[in-house]
Design a protein around this ligand. Structure first.
Ligand code: 6GU
Length: 256
């Protein structure tokens, strides 16, 4: 996969070289190119923003540098344009299933806005050239699209074939789409067996695989009921066995 990122703060994307994604870049699975939007400005002070029409607080990113950037990175009549992602709190929520969709494409272009956002015509214009998706990383506001771009890249890149050392660990994780889907992941432990007076749960040392599986499922159910009851509300209750229902009843879950 190739990912182009356009930003006025290229240094913000430096952590990519350290993280999981750094490994993928080394392995040739992923190539990330970060572009400074200001290279596509033509005015002497290289300004990229201006005041909003209609008034109001903050500054809006002017469309012209973005137009030049798109002309350079997605030439008219070029073959196989990228999917353009625009991080914004007004976008479609990033979920594991969206990350899985994005992991299927060969090229992404992430346009990071700052200030109060980018002139709305940029997305409208870009849609005439390529698929465009506005994406939100959650119901809160962060200052710029850069941190959201990092989140999106980390979520997508670990799903690329040949990236994860142990693909099995993708299956059971929280928000995964494998076994236990829709539930939060169970707690995990490693050596030593006693640490500061706290013991690893005995069942995990028992060697009884079926009991371990059962215990983990119970932990997932309890944790989900306590922390994310909203996930259980949409969970396929037909997949709950009688013991699952007992566990949920103990947690005071009404649907059990
Ligand atoms: Cl994608 N950008 C910004 N600035 N704030 C956000 C966001 C994105 N998603 C949630 N909040």
């Amino acid at each position: 996969m190739h990912i182009d990122v356009i930003t006025i703060f290229p240094d913000y994307l430096a952590p990519l070289d350290l993280s999981l994604s750094g490994k993928a870049q080394g392995a040739g699975v992923l190539e990330v190119t970060v572009h400074d939007l200001r290279q596509w400005t033509r005015n002497r002070h290289r300004t990229v923003d201006d005041t909003p029409y209609g008034g109001g607080a903050g500054m809006v990113m002017r469309p012209e540098p973005w137009g030049e950037a798109l002309d350079a990175l997605v030439p008219l009549g070029g073959s196989s344009p990228p999917t353009m992602l625009v991080p914004t709190p007004t976008g479609r929520p990033l979920t594991q299933s969206l990350a899985e969709e994005l992991a299927q494409v060969t090229r992404l272009l992430i346009a990071c806005g700052r200030y109060e956002g980018i002139d709305a015509r940029v997305v409208e214009h870009a849609r005439s050239r390529m698929p465009v998706l506005e994406v939100s990383i959650g119901d809160y506001v962060v200052t710029g699209g850069e941190v959201a771009a990092l989140v999106i890249i980390e979520a997508v890149v670990r799903l690329l074939p040949g990236f994860m050392g142990n693909p099995g660990s993708l299956d059971e994780e929280s928000h995964g789409t494998g076994e236990g889907q829709g539930l939060l992941e169970y707690p995990t432990y490693t050596k030593p067996v006693t640490w500061r007076g706290l013991d690893v749960p005995a069942v995990l040392l028992s060697g009884h695989h079926a009991q371990v599986t059962r215990w983990r499922r119970e932990q997932s159910l309890r944790r989900t009921a306590r922390v994310r009851p909203d996930l259980l509300a949409t969970y396929d209750v037909a997949s709950l066995d009688p013991r699952d229902r007992e566990v949920l009843a103990e947690e005071g879950w009404p649907g059990s």
